[in-house]
Design a protein around this ligand. Structure first.
Ligand SMILES: Cc1cc2nc3c(=O)[nH]c(=O)nc-3n(C[C@H](O)[C@H](O)[C@H](O)COP(=O)(O)OP(=O)(O)OC[C@H]3O[C@@H](n4cnc5c(N)ncnc54)[C@H](O)[C@@H]3O)c2cc1C
Length: 373
């Protein structure tokens, strides 16, 4: 079979790419290994994504308008996101809706698993395994959107993208006194109960709450999660089913090689510090599509860097500086006592069109109040 463009992976990145390519009348086939896949994910999607990518508002299950940050010593700040919000969605519903939207624009959808790639002069040949057996697909362009365990990356570079390990559980809130609050606030906890360099989260979820943490060292995550569950009184509660999964670590290196555009988690496009990835997966797909349509591979990197590089660098610098030890995490949380810092960081997070000077201004505020050199 021959096709102009093959998109591998039907999560937020792949479905967005297939939708935009088909809308531009380019012949596109999306290959997804499991159309019933439920991606392990908090499902927290920033409000601006809904208009930017035509996601139906009816998919929002819960709307979070405040975040809570908790320091190693238990000091707490509740920070309003207003007028922005974080939507809690069911990943399987959003992914399916986006794939259906791509199909409605004309994309072909195949349930099949990418196995291997062979590069030719002007095209590549993909080996795909489907229920009917193995098939080959010849294609001019490939969009690799197959997530953090990207087999395309593995085949082309011999290893997976750099990643950290997470574990989380979903708990029902029946019988818990603070359930009202937990349904409306996303809580980020720093220090002692979290591995170094990361945070623990408690997010609203359709079935109660999602509670989890992550680390570069897979071996320590379960013990940290156990102690967090105990600290929050969930250990004897309705037993959650624990799921482990990886999140990539951004290094800003991977965009395009040999006719293949890498987007979303396959390219590590997760915002440092917060590890927010759904929105940026979609954005990276949008930029890669622009490059395909103009037949200028270098345009993808250029567009992405113009829009997000500075923001990613600032977030990575903050993560490296503040999440190093309890003293610094305590300092970080105390900084949110300053209205300027609260306001600047919320704008940086929730607004896409922040100017470089806001990013620079935010860094200056952190240096001024935080004693960061
Ligand atoms: C525990 C956890 C919590 C998270 N919470 C949040 C959050 O609250 N908010 C947020 O913004 N981000 C969150 N993230 C990150 C977010 O889930 C990812 O960044 C996002 O899903 C990336 O989208 P993607 O399309 O690049 O990859 P994915 O969503 O992983 O999609 C990849 C798709 O490719 C398919 N696939 C894989 N291999 C193959 C193959 N060989 N052949 C064909 N298809 C294949 C998969 O089935 C999948 O459907 C979280 C991540 C984890 C692990």
């Amino acid at each position: 079979m021959d096709v102009d463009i093959a998109v591998i992976g039907g999560g937020p990145a792949g479905a967005t790419a297939a939708r935009l390519l088909s809308r531009a009348n380019r012949e596109t086939i999306l290959i997804e290994r499991d159309l019933k896949n439920i991606k392990p994910c908090g499902g927290g999607l920033i409000g601006k994504a809904f208009t930017a990518f035509d996601i139906p508002l009816s998919l929002i299950k819960k709307k979070v308008e405040s975040i809570r940050i908790v320091s190693p010593k238990g000091n707490t700040h509740d920070i309003s996101m207003n007028p922005a919000f974080l939507a809690i969605v069911h990943r399987e519903e959003v992914d399916e809706a986006q794939r259906k939207a791509a199909a409605a624009e004309g994309a072909g959808i195949i349930e099949g698993t990418f196995i291997d790639i062979r590069h030719g002069d002007k095209s590549s040949v993909l080996r795909i395994k489907t229920a009917a057996g193995e098939t080959q697909l010849k294609t001019r362009h490939v969009i690799a959107a197959d997530g953090v365990n990207s087999m395309v990356v593995k085949r082309m570079f011999g290893k997976f993208p750099r990643r950290i390990y997470t574990a989380h559980e979903i708990h029902s809130l029946d019988g818990y006194e603070d359930d009202f609050l937990l349904q409306r606030i996303c809580e980020f906890r720093f220090g002692s109960v979290t591995p170094q360099g990361f945070y623990s989260w408690i997010f609203p979820h359709r079935d109660g709450i999602s509670i989890g943490t992550g680390s570069e060292h897979a071996g320590e995550v379960d013990a940290y999660l156990d102690s967090l569950l105990r600290a929050r009184g969930f250990i004897n509660g309705p037993n959650g089913h624990r799921r482990g999964y990886f999140i990539p670590v951004w290094d800003g290196e991977l965009y395009y090689k040999n006719g293949v555009y890498f987007v979303g988690d396959a390219a590590g496009m997760v915002l440092p510090f917060t590890y927010e990835g759904i929105y940026y997966a979609m954005r990276s797909a949008e930029f890669a599509v622009a490059a395909v349509l103009k037949n200028k591979p270098g345009l993808y990197k250029k567009l992405w860097q113009e829009k997000y590089k500075k923001r990613y660098l600032v977030m990575r610098a903050l993560q490296r500086y503040f999440l190093r030890n309890d003293d610094r995490m305590e300092k970080l949380v105390s900084l949110y006592g300053h209205p300027h810092i609260r306001e600047a960081s919320m704008r940086l997070w929730t607004q896409d069109d922040v100017k470089i000077n806001l990013i620079g201004g935010f860094s200056a505020l952190i240096k001024k109040y935080g004693g960061v050199r």
